[in-house]
Design a protein around this ligand. Structure first.
Ligand code: ADE
Ligand code: ZN
Length: 339
């Protein structure tokens, strides 16, 4: 017998929407800044945390990019990634597919290699020491131009073995997926899978573009898909996963209250929904806190929690056999009685 809360904490799960730069906790940010002799414009961790009060995506992105400015050395990328893996492991995350934003670093003069090596070394240690499996997804910053994205893709070609997919993030409205159609075409030719943030603040039309022009295997967020019933039916028939991020949606005012979050409606429509933390250091919770908050707000049942955890593996880029092994772990766990 256990409580639903403990059941949620213990259930085996995957995380599929997680920006590694968004896991940089204020304490670690200050520590890295100190060793790199970088001045942070906030005097203390408390003062910095007070600035984490956002009205929209852009408010957050301004602070998020500022935070990335402390990352200079390979060790910095390692430490940030390792801290996330330990946290994820403690929350029974068996598998994580992790975004990184190379342009947030290379535009400050950091070598692409430094970023990838630091992150990758931590991921290897995550597998060896914690048994957590991972994949890496390289995102293009959509507020920058097509040429910059293409240059970034070319840099990634030297590290093809370490990067599974490419994605699209940053300021959505005014930067539709169509802006990057040629970059994604090239990425596909080079063997990368593709995903894209779409329908977070942008319209359902951007989700259509992500599907039809960028040929994505998953839609990140996708909240605004619900504005277009034809799109919902298309997503359902394609079994297209949406990586939903409840606490992010609340903090960035994509929803005004978790009680009004569309997740239940998404499940009822038959969409393949997963729960994720997006930028946990900024939004007040890692993956378990996201499950707990949305479950509390929408009064999710044990069966719905099991479905979400199963979906997280179904929607992953793991090979079929491993997916099935992990889903079996969820199913075994799900026999536990709630009381
Ligand atoms: N970069 C980091 N988090 C993001 C989000 N939620 N949306 C778009 N770009 C991001
Ligand atoms: Zn995101």
């Amino acid at each position: 017998m256990t409580t639903l809360e403990d059941f949620i904490k213990g259930i085996p799960k995957a995380e599929l929407h997680l920006h590694i730069e968004g896991t940089l906790e204020p304490e670690l940010m200050f520590k890295i800044a100190r060793r790199n002799n970088i001045e942070i414009k906030y005097r203390s961790v408390e003062e910095l945390k007070k600035a984490y009060d956002f009205n929209n995506l852009q408010d957050f992105l301004d602070i998020y990019y500022e935070g990335t400015g402390v990352l200079i050395e390979e060790q910095d990328y390692y430490d940030m990634t390792w801290a996330y893996l330990e946290k994820a492991h403690s929350q029974n995350v068996l598998h994580a597919e992790i975004f990184f934003d190379p342009q947030a670093h290379t535009d400050r003069g950091i070598e692409f290699q430094t970023v990838v090596k630091g992150i990758h070394n931590a991921l290897q240690d995550g597998q060896n020491k914690l048994g957590i499996s991972t994949k890496l997804i390289m995102c293009f910053l959509r507020h920058l131009d097509e040429e910059a994205a293409m240059k970034t893709l070319e840099q990634a070609l030297n590290h093809k073995d370490l990067i599974t997919a490419v994605g699209l993030d940053s300021s959505e409205v005014g930067n539709p997926p169509s802006k990057f159609q040629r970059v994604f075409e090239r990425a596909g030719e080079e063997g990368f899978l593709t995903v894209a943030h779409a329908g977070e603040e942008g319209p359902a039309e951007y989700v259509w573009e992500a599907l039809d022009l960028l040929k994505v295997s998953r839609v990140d967020h996708g909240n605004h898909s619900l504005d277009d019933e034809k799109l919902v039916q298309e997503l359902v028939s394609r079994k297209m996963p949406l990586t939903v991020c409840p606490l992010s949606n609340l903090k960035l005012k994509v929803v005004n209250d978790l009680n009004n979050h569309p997740l239940r409606k998404m499940l009822e429509k038959g969409l393949l929904i997963t729960i994720n933390s997006d930028d946990p250091a900024y939004f007040g919770g890692y993956v378990n806190e996201n499950y707990l908050a949305i479950s509390d707000a929408l009064d999710l049942s044990k069966e719905e929690i099991v479905k979400l955890a199963r979906n997280s593996f179904t929607a992953s880029f793991l090979i079929e056999k491993t997916k099935q092994q992990m889903i079996e772990k969820v199913d075994k766990y799900s026999h536990m009685q709630i009381g």
